[in-house]
Design a protein around this ligand. Structure first.
Ligand code: SF4
Length: 442
């Protein structure tokens, strides 16, 4: 439902502000990814049955129903436009997120996949994920999605406690969730993920670990743990403000995360990213593209993308955001072929900051080879090798810099945000020493 790493991107911005440096404009052209003709594709379905109490995603509840045929046509048009603009020859993965994309018809999913395959190579074994809400996805419907081309499901289970599900405003019960999970595993063995939340108001460590143990008896090979983020403007935020429910306790949430990841490790799951766990190699290749700073196109209202728009004669990677509101977005797609509302060219340093902040979210970190794809002159050793602060983090056993590259230790992965507060300013410092920013008024 959200792109992985918004927090990391927030840290990038904060580190820049702290550095007090003027960020270069779109001048220069960051070296494009050598795989610049490949991309992942994210498709946003903006509608939900009702609003969950904690949710601040770009979603809408359509009171008068959804004109799905019109929405489908616009999604297809925008996918064609952006694939052409990006000069994308090969789509490695497709992710249908939302909102609640399992409310869309399987026909819409099939139409999108066909549209992609008309203009780019979509290998038969490409990962095609659909986010699923338990109440909108009985087994028969899941089978139809499978026939439409979906081969991986991500189930928004969130909790196995009915009182918590009610607090979250979810439309499903724990029983619904387990039933959907069982049906999903029968249809997509080894390719089902579940989301479990932690840090809810009033939640206690012991019962939450009990939920996780229960989930381990039912789940497939992929699991994501997400800490509740209490967002201003949500119903849950208001409930906490007026004292109707207790405020979430961040220290308790940190304890849950620590105990949860240890439990998952014991159960044979590899924590391959801050929030994501897989066994038997069931990693999400789509999300891996985000963490590796690969190119991705975002199609649909409010979708985000990052790619080089070759078709417009550009050589610079851009962060793109599509228009949020579905009716406005559709009008723009009908008029212009796409509903891109915002384009932000990423300069070389910004791209490197993302490579650092996103790459360190994974257990592999940033290999020397990966870094060289984005920066051929400054090595990881040049940037971090001589830093006393980085040495201290290594001595504390939180960070490793060696022949493989730069990565967090198991302990470091749990405190990545604090490591980035050291690493990002260091990168900026070394970068500006090499190529000082223009002096204002100079
Ligand atoms: S189903 Fe997902 S996107 Fe929709 S309101 Fe709930 S959390 Fe938000």
């Amino acid at each position: 439902m959200v792109l992985p790493g918004p927090r990391a991107r927030g840290l990038v911005a904060a580190a820049r502000a702290a550095q007090g440096r003027r960020v270069g404009s779109a001048e220069g052209s960051p070296r494009g990814d050598p795989a610049s003709r490949r991309a992942a594709l994210y498709v946003h379905w903006p509608y939900c049955e009702k609003r969950c109490s904690y949710c601040n995603f770009n979603k809408y509840v359509a009171r008068g129903g959804v004109d799905e045929a019109a929405l489908r046509r616009c999604l297809v048009t925008e996918a064609h436009t952006l694939l052409a603009l990006g000069g994308v020859h090969r789509v490695d993965s497709v992710f249908f997120g939302g909102g609640t994309p399992s409310l869309a018809s399987p026909h819409t999913v099939a139409a999108l996949l066909e549209a992609v395959a008309q203009v780019a190579h979509l290998p038969a074994d490409s990962e095609v994920t659909l986010e699923v809400n338990p109440t909108s996805a009985p087994g028969s419907r899941l089978a139809e999605f499978g026939a439409a081309g979906v081969n991986r499901l991500s189930i928004g289970l969130q909790s196995l406690d009915d009182a918590e599900l009610q607090l979250l405003g979810r439309t499903h019960s724990a029983r619904d969730a387990l039933r959907t999970l069982a049906a999903a595993r029968r249809l997509f063995p080894g390719r089902v993920s579940v989301d479990l939340m932690l840090g809810l108001p009033g939640q206690q460590l012991g019962p939450w670990l009990g939920q996780l143990r229960e989930l381990l008896r039912h789940c497939d090979d992929h699991l994501s743990l997400y800490q509740l983020s209490l967002e201003r403007g949500t119903a849950l935020f208001a409930q906490v403000q007026r004292g109707a429910v207790p405020a979430p306790d961040p220290e308790l949430a940190a304890e849950m995360y620590a105990e949860g990841r240890a439990l998952l490790r014991t159960a044979g799951f590899r924590q391959y990213e801050v929030s994501n766990f897989a066994r038997r190699g069931a990693l999400s290749t789509h999300n891996w593209t985000y963490w590796q700073c690969g190119q991705y196109l975002g199609v649909g209202p409010g979708a985000h993308g990052r790619f080089v728009p070759h078709g417009a004669g550009c050589h610079t990677r851009e962060a793109r955001i599509q228009t949020l509101e579905p009716d406005n977005w559709m009008r723009e797609v009908i008029q212009f072929g796409h509903g891109t509302r915002k384009r932000v060219p990423l300069d070389e340093l910004e791209l490197l900051e993302e490579v650092l902040a996103m790459g360190l979210r994974t257990d592999v970190g940033i290999t020397h080879q990966h870094w060289r794809q984005f920066e051929s002159q400054l090595t990881l050793w040049d940037v971090f090798g001589a830093s006393e602060e980085v040495k201290r983090l290594q001595e504390q056993g939180l960070l490793l810099l060696d022949h493989r590259g730069l990565r967090c230790s198991w302990e470091g992965l749990a405190v990545l945000d604090s490591l980035l507060l050291t690493l990002l300013p260091r990168l900026q410092e070394v970068w500006w020493q090499r190529s000082p920013p223009p002096v204002p008024g100079g």
